[in-house]
Design a binder for this molecule. Sequence first.
Ligand code: PEP
Length: 253
Amino acid sequence: MRNLVAGNWKSNKLMGEALEWMNGMGPWLAQNHGVRVMAAVPAPYLAVCAEKAPEGLEVLAQNVSAEGFGAHTGEFTAEMLKSCGVAGALVGHSERRARFSDTDAAVAAKVDALLDAGLVVVFCCGETLQERESGRAEDVVLQQLQSGVLRLGAERMDRVVVAYEPVWAIGTGKTATSGQAQEMHACIRKWLDEAFGAEVAQRVPLLYGGSCKASNAAELFSQTDIDGGLIGGASLDPHDFQGVLEGHPGLNR
Ligand code: PEP
């Protein structure tokens, strides 16, 4: 299913609040279908959240190590995530690219580690304001995708989700217009088509992320190549997150 909305809590919430959120989503998820719903929660809560998640909610990590088992203090592997019932992980989020040394090569290794473990990859890409203003937005996103996704075998694409998140729109309250977002999503769909063929390209969910909230979700999600969203701030409160989900045209109530 291409319809997908994922929350990204980043480094927010205490354990009790994480469980309250899970409980707050349960009744809504029981009554609403047609959109795959995920939440990327902080690492300490992964196992408990995966166990307590209501039916219809998949739990994601916000990161993963590309190293296997061994002497890598502080790291956690894709196999560990899998053993905790976690569905997959975000990789290449701009906050990690900018501040935690997630280079294109490091991100690519994390993609491989997740796919080797049979987990879902939510691959984040996007340009900075300076890159957009200098006319390089498409080149930057294409380069990130080439290194992380377009090099994969087509048979591995079933568990890959691409999230286009212009860096200038993340957490800034400044959303890309639906036209700007659709334009980049159409490019991404075309690059997927060139790399893997139309059948694969039509199956890969393309999410928009960057100050998406209840008031602008319906307009963004109505675009041909926008299949859903990756939602930061507006995913922290279940009510706000449900408002975003309710903007999805694929929702059956
Ligand atoms: C994000 O962190 O991926 C994000 C899109 O954040 P926000 O919705 O807060 O801009």
